[in-house]
Design a protein around this ligand. Sequence first.
Ligand SMILES: Cc1ncc(COP(=O)(O)O)c(C=O)c1O
Length: 366
Amino acid sequence: MDWNALIRPGVGPMVPYVPGLRASEVCAESGKETIRKLSSNENPYGPFASALAGMRTVLPHLNRYPDGAVRTLKRGLAEKLAVEERHMVLGNGSNELLTLIAQAVLSEGDEVVFAWPSFVVYPICAQLMGAKSVKVPLTADQVHDLPAMLAAVTEKTKLVFLCNPNNPTGTIYARDAFEEFLQALPEHVLLVIDEAYFEYATSPEHVNGLDYFDGERPLVLLRTFSKIYSLAGARIGYGVMPEPLVKALDKVREPFNVNTVAQVGAYYSLADDAEVERRRSENQEQKAYLYSCFDRLGISYVPSETNFVYMQTEKPVEVFAALLAEGIIVRDFGTSPALRVGIGTPEDTNATVAALEAAVTRLGSL
Ligand SMILES: Cc1ncc(COP(=O)(O)O)c(C=O)c1O
């Protein structure tokens, strides 16, 4: 069988997304009983109590297909965000929405502009459609270089991804810089703003992309229930976009792309703003404590508007291994001089700090 003749030539050179290590693998390898998974930017607490209760009620009814139009949740989101239901698409995680947008918009030879480093799925989406990734380096402060991104836009550019706050650096762009960028961006370009960590950001400079959505301009906002709402395993995210794009995505997507359990869990999560606030403020406290320990240990880091911190180190391989030996999983980037450390519970932070202290003692400055 000639598999190369069968599989589309564009797929051959693609590299699959590599997820972080799983807790069960690390448990078996390290022999540690407590594994602290700080590698996938998940929330350490479970789904909201109201979501769990709601999800349990639908389990006996899973013989039925989900609501393909996700009506109840759209109604809830419309009320909460003051966005019309006709401007919404729900996805099997916001990751699916990234892929659907690429499928609906990109053709062979188109260009896709995004910052780098940023979310690793953007180049995968471009490559899937035979489009060219145009990676624009972040500034020295690890922030989106919006003027350079604008300069990278050509007649061939179809899509620009902005990740705000950015994964993996946790940084945001400034409001003025964003407004200048938005105004200057040519009309033939679709701007997709990925706001997966929206609920964690607290800076007054943090731009809420929805404030710029008017239903006409080629602008898409993507958010997810995977992060502060703790529904990563259920898979549900949403996009707000102009109606012609909603219609295009409805043609491309699978008819029942969002499962019933996820729809119900997301719907019941919407009412609990107090829990969102509790998680956001605990995340802030843990970050502040972690920064103070980084300062004490002489570790460089990038201040973050998310639930992870980009730690800069000349010894990423050694530090990753030292943390792993203590059952702590962080995200590495091969030999790039950085690690992404997720914010977990206060116990997770204490364990991370203790492991880093031991690493400094053993390895010298990190
Ligand atoms: C920036 C960004 N966008 C999108 C996603 C995808 O999230 P999900 O598909 O779980 O909604 C992630 C997940 O880590 C992310 O970091």
